[in-house]
Write a new protein. Structure first.
Length: 173
């Protein structure tokens, strides 16, 4: 318990990436800071593709990239699973790119060459959105990742309960 209290949302030594140990802390941080580009690495210990060398190479690769970077370990129990469910991740390793809170791209697997290519594509996409459309993304364009789905489920659940069919509760916890 003390270990988790100390490690909540800390950096990985020698890297700008942070470990998500607590979903609520992460959710609050994302809503307060609203990073323009985010990159998540979802991993677990039982999968040989999620090796230590993959994480080390990944952290080295993103060292000078403009992404807020997060590492999510599914083995952390309820907190890891909560983050994984929130971002709809079904496979590890998965790399998830967000732009202003909205999903841009997912890369499933441990191919760092493919990941490098997709990092370039996401940065180019972001640059084009800013320049060609004369649109300056920022805090006003921020979208919480799952909020539109939560609202749909809430409305559908309310409608179903009014019609006597019972209720379905979508709980992000």
């Amino acid at each position: 318990m003390l270990r988790q209290a100390i490690r909540n949302y800390t950096s990985i030594s020698g890297s700008k990436a942070r470990i998500i140990d607590n979903f609520d802390v992460h959710y609050q941080w994302m809503n307060q800071n609203k990073p323009s580009l985010s990159l998540f690495y979802f991993k677990n210990s039982w999968n040989p593709e999620c090796s230590r060398s993959l994480q080390k190479d990944f952290l080295k690769m993103i060292e000078h990239e403009p992404f807020e970077t997060f590492v999510v370990n599914s083995d952390l129990g309820a907190q890891g699973e909560k983050v994984k469910r929130y971002y709809c991740v079904k496979y590890e390793p998965t790399f998830l790119f967000l732009s202003d809170g909205m999903e841009v791209l997912r890369v499933v697997g441990s191919d760092l060459g493919e990941l490098t290519k997709q990092i370039k594509r996401v940065k180019e996409f972001r640059r084009k959105v800013s320049s060609k459309l004369n649109l300056e993304p920022g805090v006003d364009a921020w979208e919480n990742f799952h909020d539109e789905y939560i609202q749909e489920w809430h409305e559908w659940s309310r409608k179903e309960s009014w019609e006597g069919e019972g209720t379905i509760i979508f709980d992000r916890n």
